[in-house]
Design a protein around this ligand. Structure first.
Ligand SMILES: Nc1ncnc2c1ncn2[C@@H]1O[C@H](COP(=O)(O)OP(=O)(O)OP(=O)(O)O)[C@@H](O)[C@H]1O
Ligand SMILES: [Mg+2]
Length: 363
C-alpha cells in the first residue's frame, strides 16, 4: 500500500502544499518545528479519521483559519484510490473517490497504516488509555466494525453516567439495569475483539522481542479484561460484577465495571514492564509491537501497510536500527522523518527538505 500524492490546505503549519511520493523509502529532513511530523499526521488522519496526537480536530486547523482540507491519492492491490477529508464548522466530510462516506468504518482499513513515533513510549509507562487506544486503532484497521461497537459502548457509558449523576432517585436502579444490559452486550464484544487481536500481536511480538534481546529476554503481552487475564472467566463474571457494583456505582456516581477500564499488560521475564522496564527495554517492546502490527496486517490483507516512522531512528541503538531497516525491506513504501543533523541511509529513494511548512524535493 502506498501514498502517491498528498495535498494539504490549512492543515497545521501548511497553508497549501502538494507532495509527490516515491515507492520505497522517502525521507523528510528538516530542522525542529518545520512540519515533518505534521505531514505524517495528515496522512494518518486521512487514513484513520483520527489524529495520532490530539483529540480535537480544531487543533489541526492552521491558526487563524476555520477549515482544513486534505486530499490523498493511494494505491493498493494494483488499484488507485483517492481519499479526501474536509473539516469545517466542527464537522468532517470524508470522500472516497469523490463519493461522500457516511461512516468512519466505510473507509478506515481501506489503506492500512502503521505509525511509529517516540510518543509511543507512553504505551509502556503511561496509563491504560494509551494502551487501549493502540489496540482499538489496530483492531479498527483490521475490522472496521469495531468502531461501531466502541461508539455504541461510549454512548451507553454517557447515558449511564448521566443517570448515576441525576438527582431523580425513583426507579434509578431499574433504569441502570437497562443500561447495564447494553453495556454487557457491547462490552463483551469489545473484550472479545481486543483479546483476539492482542493474542495475534502478542505471539509475533514475542518472537521479535526475543531476537532483539538475542534470546535473553521474553516478552509477554496480555489483555486484562475486568481485572482478569482469563477471558472466559472475565466474560462469565461480567454480569455478576455489574450487579454487585451497582450500589457502589450509585454512591460514587462513576462506572466501575466494563472494558473502558481494561488494560494491556506487558511483562519482561515475568515482571511488569510498566513498573520495571528500562529505556532500552521500553523501546524494544514498542518496536516489537509495531513490527508485529505490520506482519499481522500483511498476513490478513496480503499487502504491507504504509509505514510512517516519525523520528524513531535516532531513538534506537545501532543494533535495533539495523534490525528495523532490515525488517522494512519488503515493505512497498516507508516515510521517515529525521532532523537535519542525521545522515539518511544510502537505501533511500527520495529525500525531501521540510522548511516552515514547505516541502521541497532534494532528489
Ligand atoms: N494548528 C496549527 N497551526 C499552525 N501551526 C501549527 C499548528 N499546529 C502546530 N503548528 C506548528 O507546526 C510546527 C511544525 O510541527 P511538527 O511537529 O511537524 O515539527 P517537526 O518538523 O516534526 O519538528 P521536530 O523535529 O521538532 O519533531 C510547529 O512549530 C508548531 O508550532
Ligand atoms: Mg516531529
Amino acid at each position: 500500500m502506498e501514498i502517491v500524492n498528498l495535498k494539504l490546505y490549512n492543515f497545521r503549519n501548511y497553508e497549501k502544499e502538494n507532495i509527490h511520493f516515491s515507492s520505497g523509502i522517502n525521507v523528510f529532513q528538516g530542522e525542529n518545528g518545520q512540519g515533518k511530523t505534521n505531514v505524517l499526521e495528515s496522512i494518518y488522519y486521512l487514513l484513520t479519521g483520527k489524529s495520532y496526537r490530539v483529540r480535537r480536530e480544531q487543533e489541526l486547523i492552521l491558526w487563524g483559519k476555520n477549515e482544513f482540507h486534505l486530499f490523498g491519492d493511494f494505491s493498493a492491490y494494483q488499484r488507485s484510490l483517492s481519499l479526501e477529508s474536509h473539516y469545517l464548522d466542527h464537522r468532517k466530510i470524508v470522500k472516497i473517490n469523490q463519493v461522500p462516506c457516511k461512516k468512519l468504518s466505510d473507509f478506515v482499513g481501506t489503506i492500512n497504516v502503521v505509525f511509529f513515533s517516540p510518543d509511543d513510549l507512553m504505551m509502556v509507562k503511561g496509563g491504560p488509555v494509551e494502551r487501549r487506544r493502540f489496540i482499538d486503532l489496530h483492531i479498527t484497521q483490521m475490522y472496521p466494525r469495531h468502531v461501531h461497537l466502541l461508539n455504541a459502548y461510549n454512548k451507553v457509558l454517557q447515558q449511564k453516567a448521566a443517570l448515576l449523576k441525576s438527582s431523580i432517585q425513583s426507579s434509578k436502579a431499574s433504569n441502570i439495569e437497562i443500561w447495564n444490559e447494553q453495556l454487557l452486550d457491547f462490552g463483551s464484544k469489545i473484550i472479545r475483539n481486543r483479546w483476539h487481536y492482542t493474542q495475534i500481536l502478542s505471539k509475533k511480538s514475542q518472537e521479535i522481542y526475543s531476537q532483539l534481546s538475542s534470546g535473553k529476554e521474553e516478552l509477554a503481552i496480555n489483555y486484562i479484561a475486568l481485572g482478569h487475564q482469563n477471558i472466559e472467566k472475565a466474560l462469565k463474571e461480567f454480569p455478576k460484577m455489574l450487579e454487585e457494583k451497582m450500589q457502589q456505582e450509585m454512591e460514587r456516581q462513576i462506572i466501575l465495571v466494563g472494558p473502558h477500564r481494561d488494560d494491556l499488560n506487558y511483562q519482561i521475564n515475568g515482571k511488569s514492564a510498566r513498573l520495571f522496564a528500562s529505556q532500552g527495554q521500553q523501546r524494544s517492546i514498542i518496536l516489537s509491537l509495531k513490527l508485529a502490527e505490520l506482519e499481522a496486517i500483511f498476513k490478513e490483507k496480503g499487502e504491507y501497510p504504509l509505514l510512517l516512522l516519525d523520528d524513531v531512528l535516532s531513538e534506537l541503538d545501532i543494533f535495533r536500527r539495523d534490525y528495523l531497516l532490515e525488517f522494512i525491506q519488503p515493505i512497498n513504501q516507508v516515510l521517515i522523518t529525521m532532523t537535519s543533523a542525521e545522515k539518511p541511509s544510502k537505501k533511500i529513494k527520495s529525500l525531501f527538505q521540510v522548511d516552515k511548512g514547505h516541502v521541497g524535493r532534494i532528489h
